[in-house]
Design a protein around this ligand. Structure first.
Ligand code: ADP
Ligand code: MG
Length: 143
């Protein structure tokens, strides 16, 4: 297990980091994103999508847990489980088909569904540090 640490000072830098990972992503990859509301999980995801070659707009699906993007190098399964009540809701959407499929999964608020995350998942945490400024983010990537 290896942890890489980054600092970003603007949203564009977080986007660029996501894009780098998106370019390198392989089929079956699962990327878990955690961090407070407004930390930058969706900004990272937008960069990741760009790295996969997706040009359509990517947003946080507010009332749907899953959004599928098919136009990139690999299918992107973008989960936002913030509003999930129970992990059984993941069964209802048939998550295993996506987790163990041919695409890449990116899961915002992944810690809420910890019990179903496979051990090989990559964990990305985004944190603010108000002392370092409003746009500062500390990002750790553990794989
Ligand atoms: P989340 O999905 O984690 O709730 P979003 O990605 O939707 O958060 O929003 C992050 C917000 O913070 C955006 O408005 C973005 O412009 C802003 N922001 C400011 N600095 C950064 C940074 N360094 N990295 C990412 N987002 C930043
Ligand atoms: Mg979000």
């Amino acid at each position: 297990m290896e942890i890489k640490r980054y600092e970003t000072f603007r949203p564009e830098e977080t986007f660029a980091l996501g894009r780098t990972l998106g370019k390198e992503a392989k089929a079956g990859g699962i990327y878990c994103l955690d961090g407070d509301l407004g930390a930058g999980k969706t900004v990272f995801t937008q960069g990741f999508a760009a790295g996969l070659g997706i040009t359509e707009p990517v947003n946080s699906p507010t009332f749907t847990i899953l959004q599928v993007y098919e136009e990139g190098r690999l299918p992107l399964y973008h989960f936002d489980v913030y509003r999930i009540g129970d992990v059984e809701e993941m069964d209802e959407i048939g998550y295993e088909e996506y987790f163990y499929g041919e695409g890449v999964c990116l899961i915002e608020w992944a810690s809420l569904i910890e019990e179903i995350l496979p051990p090989e998942a990559v964990h990305i945490r985004i944190e603010r540090d108000t002392e370092k400024g409003y746009d500062y983010r500390r990002i750790s990537i553990e794989e």
